[in-house]
Design a protein around this ligand. Structure first.
Ligand code: SF4
Length: 339
């Protein structure tokens, strides 16, 4: 495993040849392990109720936004619109509220999602193993859970109140999801929250730990950078594009078979450039507000964060093809998902 000092050295090395060599290795390993394919997914925000206060998020409990959660009928409407774009992998998102979005609500949403999508992942509050098992038997096959930062002091500063304050419970979440049988687990850190070197190193250690304990799981990593919310800065992300690129390349070199996700937080130009280097999955046509696809006008929306890449799914598909890659809508089809 790479040491903390080695990561630090690499991230502060400004010589162009260092990045060039790293990018070449990353490109070769990505092609070797994933071919020239890029998977696509879209998020659907089901609810913005949240009992936690995280300083960087537009859904936090003290923010005066209109709180809503989709009814079954509204969920179906949103999913119909996403399905029409060709998307077959869906990520169901909520704020973190056990009260407003309990397991029963998530199960209902997953049941509806099964009518439209082959891959169903969730990004919701951390749960117990038995709850993940319930969702797994309903059809959920992926869990996304970011630690945000592994710096415990900083973690406490930015997670002011609510369930998310519990650092240890969150860190153990990927293991609980894996123990429940979840097939795909996505982990990550929010770049800009704390010291990048340490966070990257700790994330790598966490992933290695997971690979050893649960070798059958398909893992992917994400490195979202802090974004504005409705134009307002909550924190400045000082991770420039070169450093960002180095982090992705290094991840690929150390974990050749791990998926790398890139969301619409990033600028289209950068997203296009990164395709050939290490990214294996991108979100497309995303809306980060509850009901944002069909129920609300842009002015009425309260997004979780601002997206940079506003292109439609069709435009993303055309771009992927123009770069010599195959866009993949379905890379998994469940046969039977019963425990
Ligand atoms: S990051 Fe999650 S837990 Fe924190 S305020 Fe946003 S939705 Fe709530």
């Amino acid at each position: 495993m790479i040491s903390l000092t080695q990561i630090q050295k690499l991230l502060t090395d400004s010589r162009p040849e260092t990045l060039e060599a790293l990018a070449k290795d990353a490109q070769r390993l990505t092609e070797q392990n994933f071919g020239r394919t890029i998977s696509l997914y879209a998020p659907v925000y089901l609810s913005n109720y949240c009992s936690s206060h995280c300083t960087y998020c537009g859904f936090h409990s003290l923010n005066k936004i209109k709180r809503i959660k989709l009814t079954g009928e509204e969920t179906r409407k949103e999913m119909t619109a996403i399905h029409a774009t060709g998307i077959r992998n869906i990520l169901l998102l909520t704020g973190e509220s056990y009260k407003f979005t309990p397991v029963s609500y998530l199960k209902e949403a997953a049941m509806i999602a099964k009518d439209f999508f082959q891959g169903i992942a969730i990004e919701v509050h951390p749960m117990q193993t038995s709850e993940y098992q319930e969702l797994y038997t309903t059809g959920v096959d992926g869990v996304t859970i970011y630690q945000e930062t592994y710096d415990k002091v900083r973690y406490t500063e930015v997670h002011i109140s609510g369930y998310k304050k519990d650092y240890d419970f969150r860190r153990e979440t990927p293991a609980r999801a894996a123990a429940a049988g979840i097939r795909q687990i996505s982990m990550g850190i929010l770049l800009g929250l704390s010291d990048v070197t340490r966070d990257v190193y700790e994330l790598f250690c966490h992933l290695r730990e997971m690979e050893k304990s649960f070798p059958g799981v398909e893992y992917s990593l994400s490195f979202p950078r802090l974004r504005t919310i409705k134009g307002r800065e909550f924190a400045i992300c000082d991770i420039d594009d070169r450093t960002f690129l180095k982090i992705l390349c290094l991840t690929r070199v150390l974990f050749p078979r791990v998926g790398l996700n890139l969301s619409t937080r990033e600028h289209p130009k950068l997203r296009d450039h990164l395709l050939g280097i290490g990214i294996t999955k991108v979100s497309a046509g995303s809306n980060t507000a509850v009901g944002g696809y069909t129920l609300k006008t842009i002015e009425d929306q309260d997004p979780q964060f601002d997206t940079e890449d506003k292109r439609s799914v069709a435009e993303i598909v055309a771009m992927i093809k123009s770069k010599g890659f195959d866009p993949v809508f379905t890379d998994w089809r469940p046969i039977e998902n019963k425990a």
